[in-house]
Design a protein around this ligand. Structure first.
Ligand SMILES: *[C@@H]1O[C@H](CO)[C@@H](O)[C@H](O)[C@H]1NC(C)=O
Ligand SMILES: *[C@@H]1O[C@H](CO)[C@@H](O)[C@H](O)[C@H]1NC(C)=O
Ligand SMILES: *[C@@H]1O[C@H](CO)[C@@H](O)[C@H](O)[C@H]1NC(C)=O
Ligand SMILES: *[C@@H]1O[C@H](CO)[C@@H](O)[C@H](O)[C@H]1NC(C)=O
Ligand SMILES: *[C@@H]1O[C@H](CO)[C@@H](O)[C@H](O)[C@H]1NC(C)=O
Ligand SMILES: *[C@@H]1O[C@H](CO)[C@@H](O)[C@H](O)[C@H]1NC(C)=O
Ligand SMILES: *[C@@H]1O[C@H](CO)[C@@H](O)[C@H](O)[C@H]1NC(C)=O
Ligand SMILES: *[C@@H]1O[C@H](CO)[C@@H](O)[C@H](O)[C@H]1NC(C)=O
Length: 384
Protein backbone atom coordinates (compact mmCIF):
# COMPACT_ATOMS: atom_id res chain seq x y z
CA UNK A 1 0.00 0.00 0.00
CA UNK A 2 2.65 2.38 -0.98
CA UNK A 3 1.52 5.97 -0.71
CA UNK A 4 1.26 7.29 -4.22
CA UNK A 5 -0.77 10.25 -5.29
CA UNK A 6 -1.37 10.46 -9.01
CA UNK A 7 0.28 13.80 -9.29
CA UNK A 8 1.98 14.79 -12.45
CA UNK A 9 5.06 16.74 -11.77
CA UNK A 10 5.47 19.57 -14.17
CA UNK A 11 8.98 19.05 -15.36
CA UNK A 12 11.06 21.88 -16.47
CA UNK A 13 13.18 21.26 -19.46
CA UNK A 14 16.76 21.78 -18.64
CA UNK A 15 19.35 22.82 -21.09
CA UNK A 16 21.85 20.01 -21.04
CA UNK A 17 25.24 20.95 -19.77
CA UNK A 18 28.25 20.06 -21.76
CA UNK A 19 30.01 17.15 -20.15
CA UNK A 20 33.24 19.14 -20.04
CA UNK A 21 31.63 21.57 -17.65
CA UNK A 22 30.18 18.95 -15.41
CA UNK A 23 31.90 18.33 -12.11
CA UNK A 24 34.40 21.03 -12.85
CA UNK A 25 35.50 22.99 -9.86
CA UNK A 26 32.81 25.47 -9.10
CA UNK A 27 33.25 29.08 -10.01
CA UNK A 28 32.39 31.69 -7.42
CA UNK A 29 31.95 28.90 -4.97
CA UNK A 30 31.19 29.82 -1.39
CA UNK A 31 32.57 26.48 -0.27
CA UNK A 32 36.13 26.74 0.91
CA UNK A 33 38.70 24.16 1.87
CA UNK A 34 37.46 24.62 5.39
CA UNK A 35 33.84 23.77 4.60
CA UNK A 36 32.73 20.53 6.22
CA UNK A 37 32.48 17.84 3.58
CA UNK A 38 30.23 14.87 3.12
CA UNK A 39 29.80 11.85 0.89
CA UNK A 40 26.25 10.52 0.96
CA UNK A 41 26.08 6.76 0.41
CA UNK A 42 22.54 5.55 0.14
CA UNK A 43 20.10 3.12 -1.39
CA UNK A 44 18.47 6.14 -2.99
CA UNK A 45 14.73 6.17 -3.62
CA UNK A 46 12.67 8.73 -5.52
CA UNK A 47 12.12 11.30 -2.70
CA UNK A 48 15.52 11.00 -0.99
CA UNK A 49 16.89 14.24 -2.50
CA UNK A 50 16.04 15.94 0.81
CA UNK A 51 19.24 14.40 2.21
CA UNK A 52 21.33 16.35 -0.28
CA UNK A 53 19.38 19.55 0.38
CA UNK A 54 19.75 19.17 4.15
CA UNK A 55 23.53 18.97 3.83
CA UNK A 56 23.67 21.96 1.46
CA UNK A 57 21.42 23.97 3.75
CA UNK A 58 23.95 23.59 6.58
CA UNK A 59 26.81 24.71 4.31
CA UNK A 60 28.27 21.27 3.80
CA UNK A 61 30.16 20.65 0.62
CA UNK A 62 28.58 17.55 -0.88
CA UNK A 63 31.57 15.90 -2.56
CA UNK A 64 29.41 13.26 -4.14
CA UNK A 65 26.57 10.78 -3.91
CA UNK A 66 27.16 7.05 -4.02
CA UNK A 67 24.67 4.24 -4.34
CA UNK A 68 24.41 0.79 -2.86
CA UNK A 69 22.04 -2.16 -3.17
CA UNK A 70 19.70 -2.34 -0.18
CA UNK A 71 16.14 -1.22 -0.96
CA UNK A 72 16.76 -1.73 -4.66
CA UNK A 73 19.75 -2.38 -6.89
CA UNK A 74 22.64 0.09 -6.96
CA UNK A 75 21.98 1.11 -10.57
CA UNK A 76 18.34 2.10 -10.05
CA UNK A 77 19.41 3.75 -6.81
CA UNK A 78 22.15 5.80 -8.51
CA UNK A 79 19.62 7.01 -11.08
CA UNK A 80 17.26 8.15 -8.32
CA UNK A 81 20.17 10.16 -6.93
CA UNK A 82 20.80 11.69 -10.35
CA UNK A 83 17.11 12.46 -10.82
CA UNK A 84 17.06 14.16 -7.43
CA UNK A 85 19.92 16.41 -8.50
CA UNK A 86 18.26 17.13 -11.85
CA UNK A 87 15.16 18.50 -10.11
CA UNK A 88 17.18 21.39 -8.73
CA UNK A 89 19.81 21.74 -11.46
CA UNK A 90 22.41 20.30 -9.10
CA UNK A 91 23.96 17.80 -11.52
CA UNK A 92 26.69 20.27 -12.51
CA UNK A 93 28.06 20.60 -8.98
CA UNK A 94 27.46 17.18 -7.37
CA UNK A 95 28.62 13.93 -9.00
CA UNK A 96 26.96 10.52 -8.59
CA UNK A 97 28.95 7.30 -8.44
CA UNK A 98 27.27 3.94 -8.70
CA UNK A 99 28.35 1.35 -6.16
CA UNK A 100 28.59 -2.43 -6.01
CA UNK A 101 25.63 -4.41 -7.34
CA UNK A 102 25.93 -7.23 -4.83
CA UNK A 103 26.86 -7.53 -1.17
CA UNK A 104 30.17 -9.28 -0.47
CA UNK A 105 28.52 -12.69 -0.08
CA UNK A 106 24.77 -12.35 0.10
CA UNK A 107 22.48 -13.00 -2.87
CA UNK A 108 18.71 -13.10 -3.28
CA UNK A 109 18.68 -16.90 -3.11
CA UNK A 110 20.95 -17.13 -0.07
CA UNK A 111 18.78 -14.54 1.64
CA UNK A 112 15.58 -16.44 0.81
CA UNK A 113 17.16 -19.65 2.13
CA UNK A 114 18.15 -17.87 5.33
CA UNK A 115 14.57 -16.61 5.75
CA UNK A 116 13.24 -20.14 5.23
CA UNK A 117 15.27 -21.27 8.23
CA UNK A 118 15.11 -18.19 10.50
CA UNK A 119 11.86 -16.46 9.56
CA UNK A 120 10.95 -13.76 7.05
CA UNK A 121 11.78 -10.10 7.48
CA UNK A 122 8.77 -7.78 7.15
CA UNK A 123 10.75 -5.71 4.62
CA UNK A 124 13.18 -7.64 2.46
CA UNK A 125 14.55 -4.74 0.46
CA UNK A 126 16.30 -5.63 -2.78
CA UNK A 127 16.09 -9.33 -1.87
CA UNK A 128 12.29 -9.44 -2.01
CA UNK A 129 11.24 -11.73 -4.87
CA UNK A 130 11.02 -9.99 -8.24
CA UNK A 131 7.49 -8.60 -8.65
CA UNK A 132 6.64 -7.12 -12.04
CA UNK A 133 3.18 -6.03 -10.87
CA UNK A 134 4.78 -3.99 -8.12
CA UNK A 135 7.27 -2.52 -10.59
CA UNK A 136 4.45 -1.52 -12.93
CA UNK A 137 2.84 0.22 -9.94
CA UNK A 138 5.99 2.30 -9.38
CA UNK A 139 8.03 0.22 -6.93
CA UNK A 140 11.74 -0.17 -7.44
CA UNK A 141 13.15 -3.44 -8.83
CA UNK A 142 13.96 -6.26 -6.43
CA UNK A 143 15.87 -9.50 -7.12
CA UNK A 144 16.12 -10.51 -10.78
CA UNK A 145 18.71 -8.61 -12.83
CA UNK A 146 20.68 -5.88 -11.00
CA UNK A 147 20.74 -3.92 -14.26
CA UNK A 148 16.96 -3.55 -14.28
CA UNK A 149 15.80 0.04 -14.58
CA UNK A 150 12.17 0.71 -13.72
CA UNK A 151 11.21 4.05 -15.37
CA UNK A 152 7.86 4.28 -13.56
CA UNK A 153 9.60 4.61 -10.20
CA UNK A 154 11.38 7.89 -10.98
CA UNK A 155 10.05 11.34 -10.17
CA UNK A 156 7.78 12.28 -13.05
CA UNK A 157 8.44 8.89 -14.67
CA UNK A 158 11.61 10.39 -16.14
CA UNK A 159 14.73 8.23 -16.30
CA UNK A 160 17.82 10.40 -16.03
CA UNK A 161 20.59 9.98 -18.58
CA UNK A 162 22.74 7.10 -17.33
CA UNK A 163 25.78 8.57 -19.10
CA UNK A 164 25.67 11.40 -16.56
CA UNK A 165 26.88 9.03 -13.85
CA UNK A 166 30.37 10.22 -12.93
CA UNK A 167 31.60 6.70 -12.36
CA UNK A 168 30.79 3.14 -11.42
CA UNK A 169 33.22 2.56 -8.56
CA UNK A 170 31.83 4.27 -5.50
CA UNK A 171 34.52 2.79 -3.25
CA UNK A 172 37.34 4.35 -5.28
CA UNK A 173 35.62 7.73 -5.24
CA UNK A 174 35.35 7.55 -1.46
CA UNK A 175 39.02 6.59 -1.07
CA UNK A 176 40.21 9.42 -3.31
CA UNK A 177 37.97 11.98 -1.63
CA UNK A 178 39.18 11.30 1.90
CA UNK A 179 42.79 11.32 0.69
CA UNK A 180 42.22 14.71 -0.89
CA UNK A 181 40.69 16.21 2.26
CA UNK A 182 42.20 14.31 5.21
CA UNK A 183 40.03 14.25 8.34
CA UNK A 184 37.44 16.55 6.76
CA UNK A 185 35.01 14.16 5.13
CA UNK A 186 32.01 12.68 6.92
CA UNK A 187 30.81 9.43 5.40
CA UNK A 188 27.05 9.07 5.65
CA UNK A 189 25.64 5.59 5.19
CA UNK A 190 21.92 4.90 4.99
CA UNK A 191 21.88 1.61 3.10
CA UNK A 192 24.13 -1.43 2.83
CA UNK A 193 27.74 -0.89 3.92
CA UNK A 194 29.17 -2.68 0.86
CA UNK A 195 30.97 0.28 -0.75
CA UNK A 196 32.41 1.32 2.59
CA UNK A 197 33.70 -2.20 3.31
CA UNK A 198 35.26 -2.33 -0.17
CA UNK A 199 36.96 1.04 0.43
CA UNK A 200 38.32 -0.23 3.76
CA UNK A 201 39.76 -3.35 2.17
CA UNK A 202 41.22 -1.49 -0.83
CA UNK A 203 42.92 1.20 1.22
CA UNK A 204 44.05 0.56 4.80
CA UNK A 205 44.28 4.32 5.41
CA UNK A 206 40.69 4.97 4.33
CA UNK A 207 39.07 5.07 7.77
CA UNK A 208 41.78 7.21 9.34
CA UNK A 209 41.63 9.66 6.44
CA UNK A 210 37.89 10.11 6.94
CA UNK A 211 36.45 12.30 9.66
CA UNK A 212 33.70 9.95 10.77
CA UNK A 213 31.10 7.38 9.79
CA UNK A 214 27.42 7.95 10.56
CA UNK A 215 25.18 4.97 9.93
CA UNK A 216 21.41 4.66 9.68
CA UNK A 217 21.14 1.25 11.30
CA UNK A 218 22.30 -0.72 14.30
CA UNK A 219 19.06 -1.84 15.97
CA UNK A 220 19.50 -3.79 19.16
CA UNK A 221 17.25 -5.81 21.47
CA UNK A 222 14.19 -5.57 19.24
CA UNK A 223 13.07 -9.20 19.15
CA UNK A 224 10.31 -8.65 21.73
CA UNK A 225 8.87 -5.79 19.67
CA UNK A 226 9.13 -7.91 16.54
CA UNK A 227 7.20 -10.72 18.24
CA UNK A 228 4.54 -8.71 20.08
CA UNK A 229 4.20 -5.58 17.93
CA UNK A 230 2.13 -5.39 14.79
CA UNK A 231 3.62 -5.87 11.33
CA UNK A 232 4.67 -2.22 11.10
CA UNK A 233 6.37 -2.38 14.52
CA UNK A 234 8.21 -5.51 13.41
CA UNK A 235 9.15 -3.75 10.19
CA UNK A 236 10.48 -0.54 11.67
CA UNK A 237 12.49 -2.41 14.28
CA UNK A 238 14.32 -4.68 11.87
CA UNK A 239 17.76 -3.79 10.59
CA UNK A 240 17.56 -4.26 6.83
CA UNK A 241 20.48 -1.94 6.04
CA UNK A 242 22.92 -4.04 8.03
CA UNK A 243 21.28 -7.39 7.25
CA UNK A 244 21.45 -7.01 3.46
CA UNK A 245 25.23 -7.32 3.66
CA UNK A 246 26.25 -8.66 7.08
CA UNK A 247 29.92 -9.16 6.21
CA UNK A 248 30.29 -5.57 5.03
CA UNK A 249 28.51 -4.35 8.14
CA UNK A 250 31.07 -6.14 10.27
CA UNK A 251 34.03 -4.84 8.27
CA UNK A 252 32.68 -1.27 8.40
CA UNK A 253 31.71 -1.18 12.08
CA UNK A 254 34.89 -2.77 13.41
CA UNK A 255 37.36 -0.68 11.36
CA UNK A 256 39.57 1.98 12.96
CA UNK A 257 37.52 5.09 12.22
CA UNK A 258 38.07 8.22 14.24
CA UNK A 259 34.38 8.26 15.10
CA UNK A 260 31.35 6.07 14.40
CA UNK A 261 27.73 6.92 15.19
CA UNK A 262 24.75 4.60 14.92
CA UNK A 263 21.28 6.09 14.49
CA UNK A 264 18.51 3.51 14.54
CA UNK A 265 15.55 3.25 16.94
CA UNK A 266 15.99 6.94 17.85
CA UNK A 267 14.51 7.70 14.42
CA UNK A 268 11.46 5.49 14.93
CA UNK A 269 9.32 8.32 16.32
CA UNK A 270 10.09 10.84 13.59
CA UNK A 271 7.11 10.93 11.25
CA UNK A 272 6.18 13.47 8.62
CA UNK A 273 2.56 14.21 9.58
CA UNK A 274 -0.32 16.00 7.86
CA UNK A 275 0.72 19.39 9.23
CA UNK A 276 4.25 18.88 7.91
CA UNK A 277 2.81 17.94 4.52
CA UNK A 278 0.68 21.07 4.44
CA UNK A 279 3.70 23.18 5.30
CA UNK A 280 5.80 21.56 2.57
CA UNK A 281 2.99 21.90 0.03
CA UNK A 282 2.57 25.58 0.84
CA UNK A 283 5.72 26.16 -1.18
CA UNK A 284 5.53 25.04 -4.78
CA UNK A 285 8.90 24.10 -6.25
CA UNK A 286 10.20 21.03 -8.06
CA UNK A 287 11.37 19.48 -4.78
CA UNK A 288 8.24 20.04 -2.72
CA UNK A 289 6.13 18.75 -5.63
CA UNK A 290 8.24 15.63 -5.99
CA UNK A 291 8.31 15.03 -2.24
CA UNK A 292 4.54 15.25 -1.89
CA UNK A 293 4.06 12.82 -4.76
CA UNK A 294 6.69 10.27 -3.75
CA UNK A 295 7.28 10.26 0.01
CA UNK A 296 5.91 7.32 2.02
CA UNK A 297 4.76 8.81 5.35
CA UNK A 298 3.79 5.55 7.05
CA UNK A 299 7.46 4.92 7.77
CA UNK A 300 9.73 6.95 10.05
CA UNK A 301 12.04 9.57 8.58
CA UNK A 302 15.04 7.33 9.23
CA UNK A 303 17.49 8.72 6.73
CA UNK A 304 16.69 12.36 7.54
CA UNK A 305 17.26 11.64 11.23
CA UNK A 306 20.69 10.13 10.65
CA UNK A 307 21.56 13.06 8.38
CA UNK A 308 20.41 15.60 10.97
CA UNK A 309 22.60 13.92 13.61
CA UNK A 310 25.58 14.12 11.28
CA UNK A 311 24.98 17.76 10.35
CA UNK A 312 24.08 19.23 13.72
CA UNK A 313 24.95 16.66 16.35
CA UNK A 314 25.04 19.08 19.25
CA UNK A 315 21.45 20.22 18.77
CA UNK A 316 19.87 17.10 17.31
CA UNK A 317 21.28 14.29 19.44
CA UNK A 318 19.56 14.64 22.81
CA UNK A 319 20.80 11.45 24.48
CA UNK A 320 23.39 8.90 23.46
CA UNK A 321 25.74 6.28 24.83
CA UNK A 322 28.92 4.53 23.72
CA UNK A 323 29.61 0.83 23.51
CA UNK A 324 31.84 -1.65 21.74
CA UNK A 325 30.16 -3.26 18.79
CA UNK A 326 30.35 -6.43 16.76
CA UNK A 327 28.13 -7.71 13.93
CA UNK A 328 26.87 -11.29 13.82
CA UNK A 329 28.14 -12.91 10.63
CA UNK A 330 27.09 -16.49 11.37
CA UNK A 331 24.75 -17.48 8.54
CA UNK A 332 23.10 -20.02 10.85
CA UNK A 333 22.20 -17.30 13.34
CA UNK A 334 18.76 -15.64 13.40
CA UNK A 335 20.69 -12.46 14.27
CA UNK A 336 22.83 -12.67 11.10
CA UNK A 337 23.69 -9.06 10.20
CA UNK A 338 22.63 -7.58 13.54
CA UNK A 339 24.83 -5.82 16.06
CA UNK A 340 25.98 -7.16 19.41
CA UNK A 341 27.05 -4.56 21.96
CA UNK A 342 29.54 -4.86 24.82
CA UNK A 343 30.84 -2.74 27.63
CA UNK A 344 34.60 -2.43 27.50
CA UNK A 345 35.58 -4.92 30.22
CA UNK A 346 33.32 -7.60 28.72
CA UNK A 347 34.26 -7.04 25.07
CA UNK A 348 35.72 -10.13 23.35
CA UNK A 349 39.48 -10.49 23.67
CA UNK A 350 39.96 -12.45 20.47
CA UNK A 351 39.09 -9.67 18.06
CA UNK A 352 39.60 -5.95 17.81
CA UNK A 353 36.26 -4.22 18.29
CA UNK A 354 35.76 -0.47 18.57
CA UNK A 355 33.40 1.72 20.48
CA UNK A 356 30.70 3.64 18.73
CA UNK A 357 28.24 6.35 19.71
CA UNK A 358 24.69 5.05 19.79
CA UNK A 359 21.77 7.48 19.64
CA UNK A 360 19.08 7.02 22.29
CA UNK A 361 16.99 10.01 21.27
CA UNK A 362 16.88 13.02 18.98
CA UNK A 363 15.05 16.32 18.84
CA UNK A 364 12.32 15.07 16.52
CA UNK A 365 10.80 18.42 15.56
CA UNK A 366 14.24 19.80 14.80
CA UNK A 367 14.95 16.91 12.44
CA UNK A 368 11.69 17.55 10.60
CA UNK A 369 12.26 21.26 10.51
CA UNK A 370 15.69 20.74 8.91
CA UNK A 371 14.14 18.40 6.38
CA UNK A 372 11.27 20.76 5.52
CA UNK A 373 13.35 23.92 5.28
CA UNK A 374 15.86 22.21 3.02
CA UNK A 375 13.15 21.46 0.46
CA UNK A 376 11.22 24.68 0.84
CA UNK A 377 14.31 26.82 0.26
CA UNK A 378 16.58 24.58 -1.79
CA UNK A 379 20.15 25.67 -2.37
CA UNK A 380 21.43 25.80 -5.93
CA UNK A 381 24.87 25.25 -7.40
CA UNK A 382 25.33 29.02 -7.34
CA UNK A 383 25.15 29.24 -3.58
CA UNK A 384 27.09 26.19 -2.55
C1 LIG B 1 17.00 24.94 -13.66
O1 LIG B 1 17.57 25.55 -14.79
C2 LIG B 1 16.60 25.94 -15.74
C3 LIG B 1 17.33 26.39 -17.00
O2 LIG B 1 18.39 27.24 -16.67
C4 LIG B 1 15.71 27.02 -15.14
O3 LIG B 1 14.72 27.38 -16.05
C5 LIG B 1 15.06 26.45 -13.88
O4 LIG B 1 14.33 27.46 -13.22
C6 LIG B 1 16.07 25.88 -12.93
N1 LIG B 1 15.37 25.16 -11.88
C7 LIG B 1 15.68 25.27 -10.60
C8 LIG B 1 14.85 24.46 -9.66
O5 LIG B 1 16.59 25.96 -10.20
C1 LIG C 1 3.41 -8.08 -6.05
O1 LIG C 1 3.08 -6.72 -5.91
C2 LIG C 1 1.68 -6.50 -5.90
C3 LIG C 1 1.48 -4.99 -5.96
O2 LIG C 1 2.23 -4.33 -5.01
C4 LIG C 1 1.10 -7.13 -4.67
O3 LIG C 1 -0.29 -6.91 -4.61
C5 LIG C 1 1.39 -8.61 -4.70
O4 LIG C 1 0.96 -9.22 -3.50
C6 LIG C 1 2.87 -8.88 -4.88
N1 LIG C 1 3.10 -10.29 -5.13
C7 LIG C 1 3.84 -11.02 -4.33
C8 LIG C 1 3.98 -12.45 -4.73
O5 LIG C 1 4.37 -10.58 -3.34
C1 LIG D 1 3.11 17.26 13.39
O1 LIG D 1 4.46 17.60 13.55
C2 LIG D 1 4.68 18.92 13.99
C3 LIG D 1 6.16 19.19 14.04
O2 LIG D 1 6.75 18.97 12.79
C4 LIG D 1 4.05 19.12 15.36
O3 LIG D 1 4.22 20.45 15.76
C5 LIG D 1 2.60 18.75 15.29
O4 LIG D 1 2.07 18.79 16.60
C6 LIG D 1 2.39 17.38 14.72
N1 LIG D 1 0.98 17.13 14.53
C7 LIG D 1 0.38 16.06 14.95
C8 LIG D 1 -1.07 15.94 14.67
O5 LIG D 1 0.98 15.18 15.55
C1 LIG E 1 3.02 24.39 -8.95
O1 LIG E 1 3.64 25.07 -10.04
C2 LIG E 1 3.48 24.44 -11.29
C3 LIG E 1 4.25 25.23 -12.30
O2 LIG E 1 5.58 25.28 -11.96
C4 LIG E 1 2.00 24.36 -11.63
O3 LIG E 1 1.85 23.65 -12.83
C5 LIG E 1 1.26 23.62 -10.52
O4 LIG E 1 -0.12 23.66 -10.77
C6 LIG E 1 1.54 24.26 -9.20
N1 LIG E 1 0.95 23.43 -8.15
C7 LIG E 1 0.31 23.92 -7.11
C8 LIG E 1 -0.21 22.93 -6.13
O5 LIG E 1 0.16 25.12 -6.93
C1 LIG F 1 19.27 8.35 28.05
O1 LIG F 1 18.62 7.17 27.64
C2 LIG F 1 18.84 6.07 28.50
C3 LIG F 1 18.23 4.83 27.85
O2 LIG F 1 16.89 5.04 27.54
C4 LIG F 1 18.26 6.37 29.86
O3 LIG F 1 18.53 5.29 30.73
C5 LIG F 1 18.88 7.63 30.39
O4 LIG F 1 18.24 7.99 31.60
C6 LIG F 1 18.72 8.76 29.41
N1 LIG F 1 19.48 9.91 29.87
C7 LIG F 1 18.97 11.11 29.87
C8 LIG F 1 19.87 12.18 30.35
O5 LIG F 1 17.84 11.34 29.49
C1 LIG G 1 35.22 5.53 23.15
O1 LIG G 1 36.04 6.27 22.27
C2 LIG G 1 36.20 7.62 22.61
C3 LIG G 1 36.98 8.27 21.52
O2 LIG G 1 38.13 7.53 21.23
C4 LIG G 1 36.89 7.72 23.97
O3 LIG G 1 37.00 9.08 24.32
C5 LIG G 1 36.06 6.98 24.97
O4 LIG G 1 36.72 6.98 26.21
C6 LIG G 1 35.81 5.57 24.52
N1 LIG G 1 34.94 4.93 25.43
C7 LIG G 1 35.28 3.81 26.03
C8 LIG G 1 34.25 3.23 26.92
O5 LIG G 1 36.34 3.28 25.84
C1 LIG H 1 32.33 10.99 18.36
O1 LIG H 1 32.40 12.41 18.32
C2 LIG H 1 31.45 13.01 19.17
C3 LIG H 1 31.48 14.50 18.89
O2 LIG H 1 32.78 14.98 18.92
C4 LIG H 1 31.78 12.66 20.60
O3 LIG H 1 30.83 13.25 21.45
C5 LIG H 1 31.70 11.14 20.74
O4 LIG H 1 32.09 10.74 22.03
C6 LIG H 1 32.58 10.45 19.75
N1 LIG H 1 32.26 9.03 19.79
C7 LIG H 1 33.18 8.10 19.68
C8 LIG H 1 32.70 6.72 19.77
O5 LIG H 1 34.35 8.34 19.49
C1 LIG I 1 27.54 33.04 -1.64
O1 LIG I 1 28.29 34.18 -1.90
C2 LIG I 1 27.53 35.19 -2.52
C3 LIG I 1 28.49 36.34 -2.91
O2 LIG I 1 29.36 36.58 -1.85
C4 LIG I 1 26.43 35.67 -1.56
O3 LIG I 1 25.64 36.65 -2.16
C5 LIG I 1 25.55 34.47 -1.24
O4 LIG I 1 24.58 34.81 -0.29
C6 LIG I 1 26.39 33.33 -0.69
N1 LIG I 1 25.55 32.17 -0.55
C7 LIG I 1 25.52 31.49 0.56
C8 LIG I 1 24.64 30.31 0.55
O5 LIG I 1 26.18 31.75 1.54
Amino acid sequence: MKFMIAYTVALLSYSSLSSALRHEKRQNSNATNASPKIIIDNDWGAPDFYLILMALALDYEVLGLTSNSANTWALQSSLHALRGLELGNLTSCIPVYKGADYPLLNTPSLFQSWQYIHGALPWQGVFAPENLTAQAAGFDPTSGDPNTINPVAFVGGTVPDQSLLAGYQAAIFMIESVRKYPSQVSIYSAGALTNIALAIRLDPTFTQNAKELVVMGGYIDTTLLQATGDFLQADINSDINLKIDPESSKIALTADWKNVTLVSAAANNVFINATDYAEISSVNNTYTQAFVSKYFPVLPAWDATAMAVLLDRENVLTNSTEFFVDVDVAWFSPYYGEIRAYQQILAPMGQQLRNVSYAFSVDEDRVKSMMKQAMMQPRTCADV
